[in-house]
Design a protein around this ligand. Structure first.
Ligand code: PMP
Length: 430
């Protein structure tokens, strides 16, 4: 038995007491060993960035504006950067004005500030099931209750969202906001269809909902398509979050929020309390990147690479997975969501997988309610293309062996712990 020996236990705030390191965090250490093919971390292929161009950008900022770059800045972020971020949003058809924007330390700080702005103890947020682990972390750290709305290939089920809203009304409660990742969702790899976006917009008006639209992946569509943003449909009801992490580099830690004026003002105050201002240095690097470099070409290069990697992973899954395993087919970005047959628990399996030199993220990390035990997230963006088949083959062998074991132990009556909120199941293969 492990005794908790933390001598500071009685001093922590309530929000900290229940916190523990996520499965992703524990994984990073192991999965970074070179012999492991890691499908775990949701990381962009930064080696595909034009490093000479970045070197010139960084050196130019210091050479031309060093004193300013090393100084404090304003809490809302530099107006010059906010203007340029409008170009990134426009490239995807998302309308905004520079005044609406707050520059943040990545999308993650945006999620944290929005949670801090709206959530008190026990407040309810409706979110896709599964959803981004860092989104759950931000909301849970403010002691909110995250209720999941199941998804399928077309994203969040709006029928089930409507049911969840009716259930809340029956309880005499309301959701503080709906958190959605409409494009190439993390971890499910699917997008919210256009008719569902339209229905969500209608529901938001009907039920007086606020929607947090988290959009790191919209520009990474394999076919160059962009679906209409919720912000473009119901701007007064949407807090939109963008980031440069997936279209440029997470190392610059530059994201942003576009919010209606009164919300923006509160968020600026919260951000000043948290860290005063975003880094002038990284803001100016991003400005110069956007103003002087062919950043749209870089996005194209990323997208082509990820499409190639996705194709290789999907072909390998077809070849290597035992019957009964299913997975989603992404049309962009980083992720495939895989469902294993009943009787296999992906959290329990992880240690064996790492022993066989392949890593993934167990599905439970993407649910606030403990479901997801039969799912895993596979990220194909980061591993070398040539190593993807090898990694999938190791995972396939492991699942074959596990299935044999389950069959030997339970026959056809394998226990099924949490089918009720299983993720998208189409794209069935193998
Ligand atoms: N939202 C989603 C859905 C994400 O997948 C991520 C990163 N994996 C983030 C927000 C945060 O990204 P960052 O802080 O690097 O911008």
């Amino acid at each position: 038995m492990r005794l908790d020996t933390d001598p500071y236990l009685s001093r922590y705030a309530l929000r900290v007491t229940g916190m523990s390191a996520s499965e992703i965090r524990a994984l990073f250490a192991v999965a970074s060993r070179p012999e492991v093919v890691s499908f775990a971390g949701g990381m962009p292929a930064t080696s595909a960035i034009d490093m000479e161009a970045v070197e010139a950008v960084v050196a130019g900022v210091i050479r031309d504006e060093g004193a300013l770059a090393l100084q404090y800045g304003g809490g809302q972020g530099r107006p010059e950067l906010r203007e340029l971020l409008l170009d990134v949003m426009r490239h995807e058809g998302v309308p905004a004005h520079a005044d609406d924007l707050i520059v943040t330390v990545g999308g993650q700080q945006a999620l944290e500030l929005v949670a801090k702005c709206f959530l008190d103890d026990g407040d309810i947020v409706l979110a896709e099931g599964p959803t981004y682990v860092g989104g759950i972390g931000a909301m849970s750290s403010h002691r909110a209750e995250v209720r999941h709305v199941p998804m399928d290939d077309d994203g969040m089920s709006i029928d089930l969202l409507e049911e969840a809203l009716a259930q809340l009304a029956a309880e005499g409660r309301r959701a503080k906001y709906v958190y959605t990742i409409p494009n190439h969702q993390n971890p499910a790899g699917v997008s919210l269809s256009v008719p569902r976006r339209e229905r969500l917009a209608e529901l938001a008006v009907e039920h007086d909902l606020l929607v947090v639209e988290d959009n790191p992946y919209g520009l990474l569509d394999f076919g160059g398509r962009c679906l209409p943003s919720l912000r473009s449909m119901i701007p007064d009801r949407v807090v939109y979050i963008g980031t440069m992490s997936k279209t440029f580099a997470p190392g610059v830690r530059t994201g942003w929020i576009a919010a209606p004026g009164p919300i923006r003002d509160k968020l600026v105050l919260l951000r000043e309390a948290a860290d005063l201002c975003p880094s002038n240095l990284t803001q100016m690097i991003v400005e110069r990147w956007l103003a002087t470099q062919p950043w749209r070409d870089q996005i194209k290069r990323f997208t082509e690479l990820y499409r190639e990697k996705a194709d290789v992973m999907l072909a390998s899954l077809e070849q290597e997975m035992p019957p009964g395993v299913s997975w989603t087919v992404p049309a962009g970005a980083f992720y495939i969501w895989l469902t294993v047959p009943a009787g296999i628990d992906t959290s329990d399996l992880l240690a064996k997988a790492v022993g066989r030199r392949v890593a993934y993220v167990p599905g439970r990390g993407f649910y606030a309610d403990g479901s997801g035990g039969e799912q895993m997230r596979l990220c194909f963006s980061y591993p070398e293309l040539s190593r993807i088949p090898e990694g999938v083959s190791r995972l396939g062998e492991l699942l074959h062996d596990e299935l044999e074991l389950v069959q030997a132990l339970f026959g056809d009556d394998a226990p099924s712990p949490d089918r009720r909120l299983s993720g998208p199941t189409s794209g069935v293969g193998g």
